[in-house]
Design a protein around this ligand. Structure first.
Ligand SMILES: [Fe+2]
Ligand SMILES: [Fe+2]
Length: 270
């Protein structure tokens, strides 16, 4: 599928901020203050995102209960009011996000000491402040600009999967001080990566068919970048702040070399 000049521009504008998010993880893996506790904290926080959704779904339902209730409501209407593939899509989304929750919760539990309780979705219902800020920003964008706010939320979902691609590289570092944690994290990230690349593509596919005006493309870029910046702050806090405040500001000012968008994998032609 060919990509318009406007969509290429949006991807190019996002790419340095995806790289900034990746820098959080790359710095964290070898960070001197990394410990079993900081690993368990970010894993629990990730579980919170995978089950409660960071602004992708209403707060009280999250991305398990939300689609589960949608499925129950859809059942009597399949193929009369709602197309079967739409329903399958909802079921797939529920399955995928719960599989991600399981992958990270398994790693969290495997790093427990004897007597430490197992993770539950309810233990992680209250996200951390910076994740709530991201959620709030996404809700605000949707309130102010319903269509573009929704688009921006999907476009920024997963932050180009850099957590999962960075985590997968730990596979080759299964010895050393964090060897066991590295192996567990690499395995969890491997399970999640392909799904989340697909979720990001869903946020991109169709953008060119929306018939956006130049002004709307500009607004979409602006709110997407605001969300990507909020993601970097959210990630830095999730990982116990391996990046200094000064470095975060440098990243906001464009310090990172852009991540190269994989048009081939995305089956998009630039
Ligand atoms: Fe996920
Ligand atoms: Fe997802």
């Amino acid at each position: 599928m060919a990509v318009s000049a406007n969509l290429t521009k949006l991807i190019d504008a996002a790419a340095p901020f995806w790289a900034g998010e990746a820098e959080v993880f790359q710095t964290y893996w070898d960070w001197p203050r990394r410990s079993r506790e900081t690993d368990r904290r970010w894993l629990a926080y990730q579980c919170s995102k995978e089950v409660w959704g960071s602004g992708l779904a209403p707060l009280d339902k999250g991305i398990f209960l939300g689609p589960a209730e949608e499925l129950i409501a859809a059942f009597p209407k399949i193929d009369t009011e709602i197309d079967r593939h739409k329903v399958l899509d909802i079921a797939e989304g529920l399955y995928a996000e719960f599989a991600h929750y399981c992958a990270f919760a398994d790693a969290y539990d495997a790093l427990a000491l004897p007597g430490e309780p197992k993770l539950t979705p309810h233990m992680v219902k209250i996200a951390w402040k910076e994740d709530r800020d991201l959620t709030e920003l996404r809700f605000a964008h949707r309130r102010e600009h319903p269509r573009l706010g929704q688009r921006a939320t999907h476009f920024t979902e997963g932050g180009y999967c850099t957590l999962f691609s960075a985590g997968m590289t730990l596979k080759d570092r299964a010895s050393g001080p964090h060897g066991r944690a590295n192996a567990l994290i690499a395995e969890a990230c491997r399970k999640v990566y392909d799904d989340e690349f697909g979720h990001m593509l869903k946020g991109i596919v169709g953008l060119d068919g929306e018939g956006l005006t130049e002004a709307e493309w500009k607004l979409l870029a602006d709110i997407s970048i605001a969300q990507l910046k909020a993601r970097i702050i959210m990630r830095n806090a999730q990982f116990s702040r391996p990046l200094s405040e000064a470095r975060v500001q440098e990243i906001f000012a464009g310090a990172c070399a852009p991540i190269e968008f994989d048009y081939e994998r995305a089956k998009l032609a630039a």
